[in-house]
Every structure is written in C-alpha cells, then in structure tokens.
Design a protein around this ligand. Sequence first.
Ligand SMILES: Nc1nc(=O)c2c([nH]1)NC[C@@H]1CN(c3ccc(C(=O)N[C@@H](CCC(=O)O)C(=O)O)cc3)CN21
Ligand SMILES: CC(C)C(=O)C(=O)O
Ligand SMILES: [Mg+2]
Length: 263
Amino acid sequence: MPITTTKLMDMKRNQQKIASLTAYDASFAALFDKAGIDMLLVGDSLGMVLQGHDSTIPVTIENIAYHTQAVARGNGNALLVADMPFMSTPTLEQTLQNAATLMRAGAQMVKIEGGAWLCETIQALVRRAVPVCVHMGLTPQSVNVFGGYKVQGRSEADMAEMLNQAKAVEQAGAQLLVAECIPAQLGKALSQALTIPVIGIGAGVDTDGQILVMHDLLGITQGQLPKFAKNFLAQSNSIPEAVTRYITDVRRGLFPSEQHTFS
Ligand SMILES: Nc1nc(=O)c2c([nH]1)NC[C@@H]1CN(c3ccc(C(=O)N[C@@H](CCC(=O)O)C(=O)O)cc3)CN21
Ligand SMILES: CC(C)C(=O)C(=O)O
Ligand SMILES: [Mg+2]
C-alpha cells in the first residue's frame, strides 16, 4: 500500500516512528523501498554528495526534477518528497511553476526551507493540490546568513519562536515538518505541539520520525560528518542490511542515541 500523508499522520497518532532517507537514483530508491522505508526525499543535499559542491546553493530545479524522475521509477510505496532548491520560490507565480515541475517529475510533496513567512506560499500550493513539507532549524540554503552549519534554536526565545512558526505553517496547511540540527528538547516540544508529523535530523530521538542522508548511512560522505550522522554499514555486511538496521533502530527509538544528539 502506498504511504500517504494520511498514513504518516496515523503513524504519529499511534506512536509508530517514521523512517526516511534521501535517495537520488532508481537503484537506491528501489532498495530502500524494498527495505520498508516510509518516505524518500530527493534532497538538494545532492549538490554536496553527488555534485561535490560545499553547499546546496548551486542546485537547480532541473537537477531536482532529473533525480526525482529516476527515484520515482525505482520507488514502490514510499512517499516521494522533493526539495525546492535555493531561490526556487522568489515569487508566487514561479513557486507554483517550480512545484509543478517537481510534481510532474513524480514528487508527491515538495519541501521548502523557511518559517511562518511561507504561510501564503503554503496556502497557494495546497489549494492547487501540491502537498507541502516545511524544513525548519538549520536550513542549509541559509548557510551564508547563519555563517556556517550551526545548531539553531538554542535560546529560550529562539525555541518559543520556532514553536510559534511551526504552529503557523501547520495552520497554513503544511502536512509535514522537517526539523534539522536543534536541541533534542525543542525536537520533542515541536512534535508534541503539532498534529502533523515532525521528522528530525539532529533533532533528538523524540521526534515523530528520522531522516538521514543516504551517503552518511553508508559511510561514503567525504570530509567532516555532521554529529547526528551514523555509518550503519560499519556494523553490517551489506547495504540492504545497513538500511534495515537503520529502519529498525529508528522504529525502536534506538537511533539517534546521545552521541548523535544536541542538547
Ligand atoms: N552528507 C550530508 N549530510 C547532511 O546531513 C547534509 C548534507 N550532506 N548536505 C546538506 C545538508 C548540510 N547539512 C549539515 C552540514 C553540516 C552540519 C554540521 O557540521 N553541524 C555541526 C554543528 C555545529 C554546532 O554545534 O553548531 C556538527 O557538529 O554536526 C550540519 C548539517 C545537513 N545536510
Ligand atoms: C537533510 C535533508 C532533510 C535535506 O533537506 C536534504 O537532504 O537536502
Ligand atoms: Mg535539503
């Protein structure tokens, strides 16, 4: 049975953890889907792990559409989400066109980095039948504004602000939230405050689900690994076994552990 946004909401209500991974091609998409992954993300992280850039900023809508087509061919039941890349939402008109390009490529939902200022954008997309996931916390497209890949939402004021913004985007019609690189305490508070599922990456173990960049899971990422990432292939004999281990550890609440968590 295909995983839908309704199914993810049911999983949250029943306290079943959502396990997701990035995927960029048909072969890995098929492998992850067969292992039982709930959601696949064609992430703009492809700019770093596939193209070799040191940020996600050079990634274009054509890049995401190309990889989304490939992932869609390999995928079976997983919910297929595609990233809206840097500067793909400059005006409402262009946002709608770019989202349409990704939906035609096979995406079932688009993910946009930002906060409460996206409310109009979210409403416009949802009214035109494009499901929306909002990405908050460390939003990598803002690396040059943040001055590096830094944990977000550390102060009491920042935590309260992110909670308010998350409630606003849920109210506007967002059906999923990705929270990246925030204290575990805030990851937990977000998940409790919202009805829609919160998928964490470096947001602690108490979010409704987890997502990881596939290259990090396989231990083939070049350079410094983010603190939240874990090489699951190191303790496995094959790629399918590593993926199954990841999914099982997420479902059982064993990943992320303390060492992969910001407090
Ligand atoms: N391989 C890979 N994994 C990812 O998770 C990922 C990408 N690439 N590319 C796109 C973005 C960039 N991401 C990143 C990149 C670096 C850090 C990082 O180094 N964070 C520091 C936090 C430092 C602090 O304490 O403020 C860390 O130690 O993890 C985090 C997220 C997440 N995404
Ligand atoms: C790390 C995830 C959430 C992402 O946005 C990406 O892979 O681009
Ligand atoms: Mg991304």
